[in-house]
Design a protein around this ligand. Structure first.
Ligand code: FA5
Ligand code: MG
Length: 415
């Protein structure tokens, strides 16, 4: 009652995000469902495929561009809040006022002034204005897009920038070249008016070599790729990189030389540089054979446990989990006092008794009795049938069989 009368009076409740109140207006189109994704930060969740990918990309940056003493020269940001201003997401990137990407049907607006970032490029100008020349930003991004196996309204991107001034560029190529034209030329398809062709080509080559290196680092040397010309208001020239994967060309990223005007606007007018932005889900889907983008939001242990690897460079090939619900049962026992015991023995036993119904087993607790010195283990077993829903009764029977077999074969005492 209170809410409906407030709304009738035109005082709709403000939108509250992290304790900050944003008044609603005619732009407001975020939904509670979309707002509920804020803070999930899948790219920062240990053992999540997006986090593994983030680490692999970051490692590549760190090794490819190391400082004199081997220290990384790229700054990495992965926790910048997704609420941005219209200025950050569009104006600072020279996106025209009437550009379709600004429309309410494409973006999630909080109100006229704020939206959920539609790309991580939204942070580019501010980070450059802080004085950074080399950085990479990972984050969740929001777009009112179709929903299918490769599109989702919330996804993740990585954006990167690398800048240098005249001296740094000459040092890099061990040659004297001019970065800027004395007088701007006309705009050519292959360069901006302010840049010399030499400088533009050097930066283009470094950008492309870096991105091919990254692609090969992720997919292996044999990967087939191609460059296509592209357009972004904030870069020129611009390209997209596609890889040939599973019988078709897949767009991985967009990139280009940063518009001189953008750099000038934030006090970096003496610099030239490149930027690129890529979609993490697309990359992860190809890399790990993940068939559907919705799986990245799965809390299902059958999905997540497949990415539980120590070495982030390990090749993981996702195996589809059955859609039938899991049944989770814990088992606790005292370890034998007179005989060797290892968790792997128990894992083998569970697999031999439970067969394909066992999706996952994990040690979740170990406890040593302070006086007796005996140790107890607790394991969590996830059961799941691939073709049907297991009943609790069936799981209980299996669980009982595992307890009996463990007591008999491993001399443990069920608690
Ligand atoms: C951009 O977002 C630019 N900001 C990229 C860029 C940055 C170019 C810096 C130049 C310099 P685009 O709209 O093409 O470009 O999106 C980049 C990537 O995000 C796409 O290649 C795709 O992998 C991913 N992507 C876009 N929309 C979705 C979606 N709905 N679901 C999942 N991934 C998406
Ligand atoms: Mg694109």
């Amino acid at each position: 009652r209170r809410f409906s009368s407030a709304r009738q009076a035109g005082h709709a409740e403000p939108i509250v995000i992290r304790g900050i109140e944003y008044p609603r207006d005619s732009f407001t189109n975020v939904t509670p469902k979309i707002l509920s994704f804020i803070g999930k930060n899948k790219h920062n969740q240990e053992k999540h495929p997006l986090c593994l990918l983030k680490k692999r990309i970051t490692n590549y940056f760190y090794t490819r561009f190391a400082g004199r003493t081997g220290n990384p020269i790229f700054s990495m940001y992965d926790s910048i809040h997704p609420v941005v201003t219209v200025h950050e997401n569009f104006d600072s990137l020279l996106i025209p006022k009437d550009h379709v990407s600004r429309s309410k049907s494409d973006c999630y607006y909080i109100n006229e002034k704020y939206l959920l970032r539609a790309h991580t490029t939204a942070h580019q100008s501010e980070l450059i204005s802080m004085g950074l020349d080399n950085f990479v930003v990972f984050g969740d991004t929001y777009r009112r897009d179709e929903i299918d196996s490769s599109h989702y309204p919330v996804f993740h991107q990585a954006d990167s920038v690398r800048l240098c001034n005249q001296n740094q560029l000459c040092m890099r190529i061990q040659n004297e070249i001019e970065v800027f034209e004395k007088k701007p030329t006309e705009e050519f398809s292959y360069k901006q008016p302010e840049h010399t062709l030499d400088a533009s080509k050097v930066v283009e080559q470094e950008l492309k070599a870096f991105l091919i290196g990254l692609t090969e680092h992720l997919f292996g040397k044999g990967i087939q790729y191609k460059w296509t010309d592209s357009y972004f208001p904030f870069t020129h020239p611009s390209w997209e990189l596609e890889i040939y994967f599973k019988d078709s060309w897949l767009e991985l990223l967009g990139c280009g030389l940063i518009r001189h005007q953008i750099l000038k606007n934030v006090g970096a007018g003496d610099r030239i540089g490149w930027a690129f932005g890529l979609g993490l889900e697309r990359l992860a889907m190809a890399l790990y054979s993940i068939p559907d983008i919705r799986l990245f939001w799965s809390e299902d242990p059958g999905f997540l446990c497949q990415f539980d690897v120590e070495d982030v460079n390990k090749n993981v090939t996702y195996k589809p989990v059955s859609e039938y619900p899991p049944c989770i049962n814990d088992i606790s026992f005292w370890l034998p006092e007179t005989q060797e015991y290892s968790s792997n023995d128990f894992y083998d036993l569970v697999r031999s008794v439970g067969g394909d119904l066992i999706e996952q087993i994990r040690l979740i607790d170990s406890f040593t009795h302070p006086k007796k010195g005996t140790t107890s283990h607790c394991y969590r077993i996830v059961y799941r049938h691939l073709e049907k829903t297991l009943t609790q009764e069936e799981v209980n029977q299996l669980h009982k069989a595992i307890e009996l077999a463990a007591a008999e074969n491993l001399q443990v005492k069920i608690r």
